[in-house]
Design a protein around this ligand. Structure first.
Ligand code: GLU
Length: 474
């Protein structure tokens, strides 16, 4: 199913990477075929009344792998949604979850609409109707399939989904766990909105923490002072940029959006840029920046790290040659086509693969799902206990030494973990461990091509292990 005879489709591109990595495993052929394909594809149409007319909306939900339940993955609202894309994204979710030890199968949903063409009320109508279709076919539920935000959707849509689900499943005690990425006030979790971007930051930081790997690219270790370009200032791009800047001291030298691409070698303050864009409706004209004549030249900006954080297929055989960055951190799903990847490899560009790089979102979704199932916020039981213990310890040290710490120091030293502290620490630990596992696999198996193949190998071994445990492939 190619888009053109020349280029691979998105799903074909994912499967090409799969095949390449599978050659480095000893997983039997039949099991590989089982993992590779999509277990269930639900393609639907439904009518909604928009003004005085009826519109037939096309939508999808794909469950890629049932080796673990529930299946998990976002819902995308975009006019570009198609069957192949949703299948590819669902497959990436399976590999991503396995890689970061999040115990879900992969899924993805898509509604073929341009959200900007609809009012808030119309979007609510479409979201509720889509949810109803999922309920009717058992394609949603805390133990079945759990959606989340993706391109074109956010916490608002997740709240509509939950409300619709609860209306139909009145009294189901775990209903809140049927969807993640909900508003904090409606059974959401602190830190979910920033999670994917924060994960991107932890991932880049971990990659650059290895002095030898940085040196091989002609870079000093550490993220501080590294130059970065962000493509796409949506949720993922804006948090990746802002956290890398505020916590990592990276310098954002370029930002690209639909309206154009701006650059400033001295650095662009992302938080201020976001405010500017909110007021003016554009990033163009942000003080201190220059606008590039061709928007598409974001790909050719001189920088250490390029962060494509918008959609798939952004770096292709047409523009891959222009890349000047040493590292591409794939914050979006599938931003580099598999053929473009070959070109980048010959140029020595290191790609931090999407399957790992953007796993922060689903990791915190997993924490939210657990919170919903436990019916209690994280930290509720232990925060006060921790604070009392630390305070007693500190008082004892003060008494024994005859010295006193300032009240500010005391607050820091005796702080017990809140939900946000635990979420961030769980996310950091997940991203650090997953990267180290990929890196070790790459180092151990000498002939593995790159980090992406190594990430695939880690994921495939875990999924096949699950199938074997289930007794399906003894
Ligand atoms: N849409 C996000 C992703 O692609 C999050 C999925 C989720 O939280 O289930 O990873």
């Amino acid at each position: 199913m190619s888009n053109t005879s020349k280029h691979l489709s998105f799903f074909e591109s994912v499967n090409r990477n799969f095949d390449r990595a599978a050659a480095h495993t000893s997983i039997p052929k039949g099991l590989l075929e089982q993992i590779k394909g999509c277990n269930a594809v639900y393609e639907m149409t439904f009518p909604v009344k928009i003004g005085n007319t009826y519109q037939v909306i096309e939508a999808f939900r794909v469950q890629h792998s049932h080796h673990r339940l529930p299946t998990k993955g976002g819902i995308r609202f975009s006019h570009m949604v198609n069957r192949d894309e949703v299948m590819a994204l669902a497959a990436l979710m399976s590999y991503k979850c396995a890689l970061v030890d999040v115990p879900f199968g992969g899924a993805k949903g898509g509604v073929k609409i341009s959200p900007r063409n609809y009012t808030e009320q119309q979007l609510e109508l479409i979201t509720r109707r889509y949810t109803t279709e999922l309920i009717r076919k058992n394609f949603i539920g805390p133990g079945l399939d759990v959606p989340a935000p993706d391109y074109g959707t956010g916490s608002r849509e997740m709240a509509w989904i939950l409300d619709t689900y609860q209306t139909f499943k009145h009294g189901e005690i775990d209903a809140a766990a049927c969807v993640t990425g909900k508003p904090e006030s409606q059974n959401g979790i602190k830190g979910r909105t920033e999670a994917t971007g924060r994960g991107v930051y932890y991932g880049i930081r971990q990659f650059l923490s290895y002095a030898d790997d940085a040196k091989a690219l002609g870079l000093e270790p550490g993220i501080a002072g590294k130059t970065m370009v962000i493509q796409g200032l949506g949720n993922v791009g804006s948090y990746s940029g802002s956290i890398s800047q505020v916590e990592g001291d990276a310098i954002i030298v370029g930002v690209s959006e639909m309206e154009g691409t701006i650059v400033n070698e001295k650095g662009i303050n992302i938080d201020k840029l976001l405010k500017f864009r909110k007021d003016k409706g554009t990033i163009l004209g942000f003080p201190g920046t220059k606008t590039l004549p061709d928007r598409k030249d974001w790909v050719a900006i001189n920088c250490d790290i390029l962060v494509p954080a918008a959609l798939e297929n952004q770096i292709t055989t047409e523009n891959a040659k222009k890349v000047k960055a040493k590292i591409i951190a794939e914050a979006a799903n599938g931003p580099v086509t598999s053929e473009a990847a070959d070109i980048l490899a010959t140029k020595g560009v290191v790609r931090l693969p999407d399957m790992y790089r953007n796993a922060g979102g689903v990791t915190v979704s997993y924490f939210e799902w657990l919170k919903n199932l436990s019916h209690m916020r994280f930290g509720r039981m232990e925060k006060r206990f921790q604070e009392n213990s630390l305070s007693n310890l500190l008082s004892t040290v003060e008494r024994l030494t005859g010295q006193n710490v300032s009240s500010r120091e005391k607050d820091v030293l005796t702080h017990g973990a809140d939900e946000i502290d635990l979420v961030r620490s769980g996310l950091e630990d997940t991203m650090v461990n997953a990267y180290d596992e990929i890196r070790e696999t790459l180092k151990r198996k000498k002939n593995i091509e790159d980090l992406r193949s190594a990430a695939f190998v880690v994921a495939l071994n875990k999924i096949s292990g699950d199938y074997v445990r289930l007794g399906i492939f003894p």
